[in-house]
Design a binder for this molecule. Structure first.
Ligand SMILES: Cc1cc2nc3c(=O)[nH]c(=O)nc-3n(C[C@H](O)[C@H](O)[C@H](O)COP(=O)(O)O)c2cc1C
Length: 207
């Protein structure tokens, strides 16, 4: 079986982001599960807030073009998503929005859905609060699903995450670490099987 390519990132650009730490834990587990894993930090892909006039005058920002190309190279996403006012961060939504824009004639790989359609995703969250960011994940699930991503039913939220990570970045709680490992393995295993499928289903229309 060929190795599935997994792209891992967090919906936060903050240097000490809890969700980047969680994404790093998932990255390690996805690699241990046999995935070919890439971690990207959205801090390295700053983009302006989406604005139709800006797009009309300047097209897609260079960092969106770069990140879009990285998405296209991968079979699956693992996203650690902070919760802002019970939804996803503006950073994550803005990034997903820019990447969903068509380029050129909008056909095939230039379609706005191309970075997403047929991909698989595992979603997680971490928050210092008592819900661990779990209330934002249904929003992320809906956004990704509407873009043609199949989001695994299982998800993981780390509550009281300010105290959850050891200095080396590992999750202190073995049970939480096991849940992240199970999710990462499910993404790798399922994405590997989908890679083998002769003709992946194409049920999404371009928008
Ligand atoms: C505008 C704003 C809204 C927030 N809303 C929530 C919330 O609804 N639920 C929650 O658990 N934490 C909320 N937080 C706290 C974040 O979860 C916390 O800052 C978290 O550490 C951010 O993720 P990061 O560490 O990955 O950067 C909010 C923070 C900000 C700045």
């Amino acid at each position: 079986m060929t190795k599935a390519k997994i792209l891992v990132f967090a919906g936060s650009a903050r240097r000490d982001s809890l969700n980047k730490k969680l994404a790093r834990v998932a990255e390690r587990h996805a690699r241990e599960a046999g995935g070919e894993v890439t971690f990207v930090d959205l801090e390295e892909f700053p983009m302006p807030l989406y604005h139709g006039d800006l797009e009309a005058s300047s097209g897609m920002p260079a960092n969106a073009v770069k990140l879009r190309a990285i998405f296209l190279e991968h079979d699956a996403l693992i996203i650690a998503s902070p919760e802002n006012n019970t939804s996803v961060t503006a950073l994550l939504k803005n990034t997903l929005d820019w990447l969903s824009r068509s380029i050129g004639d909008g056909k095939g790989e230039r379609s706005g859905l191309a970075p997403y359609r047929g991909k698989l995703a595992g979603i997680l969250s971490a928050s210092p609060g008592p819900f661990g960011g779990a209330r934002g994940l249904p929003h992320l699930r809906q956004i990704l699903s509407s873009l043609g991503v199949t989001v695994l039913g299982a998800q993981v939220s780390i509550v009281r995450a300010g105290d959850a990570f050891a200095p080396d970045g590992a999750l202190k709680d073995e049970r939480e670490d096991r849940l992240v490992a199970m999710l990462a393995r499910a993404v790798v295993d399922t994405a590997s099987k989908l890679r083998e499928a002769p003709d992946p289903p194409r049920i999404m229309q371009d928008h």
